[in-house]
Structure formats: C-alpha cells, structure tokens
Write a protein that binds this ligand. Structure first.
Ligand code: DON
Length: 323
C-alpha cells in the first residue's frame, strides 16, 4: 500500500504522542550510577527528522543527557566504515543474546563471539577494533569525529558521568578480561574498556540523535550537512543490529509492538530508525525494569500508531514536500 503523508501530519503526530507519553508515570532513573540517579526525572524530549532535513522537536530536545548504550550504534558504524560489515560479523557477530546488556553468561554461552556490537561485550570489542590501533587519543578522536559526522554537531563529554562510570564499571572489567581470554579484544584491554566507558559518558541531545537516526534512515547521508557519512550498504546492517538487539531481552516485544527498530540507553535516550522514511529520538530518565525509558518508548510507539507506520508493513511511505 502507498502511504502519502504531509509534514504537518508528522508534526501533529509527534505533538500528540508527546502529550500522551507525558502522562506515563512509571519507572525510575537508573540508580547504579550516582550521576544518572540525580538527573531531573521530569525531563522529556521528542525529536523527529526526515531524510530531507525537515524536523520536529517537542519538549526538552536541547537537553544534553548521557548517551550511554546508544553510543554502541555509532561505534559499530565506525568499525564497519573502517573495515566492513563482513569483518564485524566475523570478529564480533550479529546475534541477539536474549539476555541483559551486561550479561557475562551470554559470553560463556557463545564463547567464540561476543554476539553483537550492541551489547556491552561486543561494544567493548568494537572499541578495541577502532583504528588506529594502540593510540588511545587517535581512537577517541575517531569515535567522537564519527558521532559528529552522524549528528552534524559534536557530542560533549560529561566529566562527572565519566568519573561515576569509571568508578563503578566492575562488571565491564570482568567482561573485558573474559573477552581477552577468548581472543576477542583486538587492542589493549584497559584502553578498550576506557574508550567504551568514555563513549557512554558523552552528552547528547534528542535533536542530535534524531539527525543520527535520520542519517541511518537516509542510507548514510546526513540530512543536516548533506555529507555522505557512510556507504549505503552499511545502513541495512546497522538497522538489522538495532532491530535484533536494540532493546536487549525485550527486542522482539518492542519490534512486534512498535514496528520500528530502536536502540535504548540507561541515560533515558532511545533512537529509532524507519529506513527511507525518518529518524526519531526521545529522552526521559525514568526506566522500566529492563532499563528502557518509559516515556521515550511510549512516545515512539504512539507516534508510529498514529501514523500507521511499521517496518514490516510493506508500505511505500512518502512525505509530501512543503508547499
Ligand atoms: O556499560 C554500562 O553499563 C553503561 N555504561 C551503559 C549501559 C546502557 O546504557 C544499557 N542500555 N540500556
């Protein structure tokens, strides 16, 4: 079926979804890191961007929050840019674990692979793959330059969050050394873990994440800057990873219900990609039991429902140009 939308329908849907999700009261801020526990839990923003650069922003869309696990998406893209999607499959994998994001059990179950770059194990492995090998500063620059390319503006390190994360990342230290044991850390282990911890501590806004999402939806061309950031062949690969494991053990439930591949972070952010149609990002700190933002999920879900969109629907969706 053909779905022909106007931009004002998209804008109205975003506003209506925001008002709906604002009423969802459940959840609690992440409490395993003091910085996250203390963020104002009333903050809430929703941003949508189309591949042609038109955008809608509702609420606290300029607030800079911790990107956390959403950072796994750009670094997976970076590794694909620097090597190839096939190399990522061989060195890390593309399998959903069906287990929580920080699972050690998942590594033991599949000891020849860290599973996917979108869980902690695979993300630390991805940081170890970033080039140039052996040079922490140059690797960090590659990671942040890539995010800047994807967002069209730079992320900013939240020092307090980085300190909190570094002081409490004992589980991730265990994951790193276990992966080293299996030959899945491709650079210095401590450096790789530190890069992962630092990338999780970057501050980002929903406006920036929506540009990143729209860049993926547009096949690698940033709608804001017009720059081709990555090869079009990478877009379906990263979207597949997002669809299969973006919500960890609830990824199936999420995709089944919402119809949009999305990636969450414990900072309260969610990034969603509808290939060829739009990128969407939402942020609100209170999380459900699995660590996914209650309001961000509700807003994106409602937005998709209002417009009748879904990646599996088989519809051809167009958005009319403004008159
Ligand atoms: O590695 C960690 O535990 C955090 N820095 C990131 C976790 C996260 O965001 C999981 N996603 N929902």
């Amino acid at each position: 079926m053909d779905i022909n939308l106007t931009f004002s329908q998209i804008s109205d849907a975003a506003n209506e979804a925001y008002q709906y999700a604002r009423q969802q009261k459940g959840g609690a801020n992440a409490n395993y890191i003091p910085y996250l526990a203390n963020i104002d839990s009333g903050l809430f923003g929703l941003s949508v961007m189309l591949p042609d650069g038109r955008s809608v922003n509702v609420g606290d869309t300029g607030y800079r929050f911790g990107i956390e696990s959403v950072s796994k998406v750009p670094t997976a893209i970076l590794c694909m840019r620097q090597t190839s999607p096939q190399t990522i499959l061989q060195k890390i994998g593309a399998d959903a674990t069906g287990l929580p994001f920080n699972s050690i059990f998942a590594i033991l179950l599949e000891n020849d692979h860290p599973s996917t770059p979108l869980v902690n194990a695979g993300a630390i492995s991805a940081c170890s793959m970033v080039q140039p090998a052996g040079d922490a500063d140059a690797k960090w620059k590659a990671i942040t330059d890539n995010i800047t390319d994807l967002c069209g503006s730079a992320p900013v390190l939240i020092d307090e969050l980085y300190k909190s994360e570094s002081d409490t990342n004992f589980n991730n230290r265990a994951i790193t050394w276990l992966l080293k044991n299996y030959g899945r850390i491709y650079d210095d282990p401590a450096m790789s873990l530190d890069l992962y911890t630092r990338q999780c501590s970057l501050g980002i806004t929903t406006e920036q994440l929506a540009v990143m999402a729209a860049t993926i939806a547009a096949g690698g061309v940033n709608p804001l800057t017009g720059k081709r950031v990555f090869d079009s062949g990478i877009a379906p690969k990263i979207t597949t990873l997002i669809a299969t494991v973006g919500f960890y053990q609830h990824s199936g439930d999420w995709l089944y219900t919402s119809g949009i591949p999305a990636k969450s972070g414990v900072g309260g952010g969610v990034l969603g990609v509808l290939p060829g149609v739009l990128g969407i990002a939402a942020f609100a700190p209170p999380l459900d039991a699995a660590g996914n933002s209650v309001k961000a999920q509700a807003a994106i879900l409602r937005f998709m429902e209002i417009l009748g969109l879904g990646i599996m629907n088989g519809d051809r969706v167009t958005v009319a140009a403004d008159k």
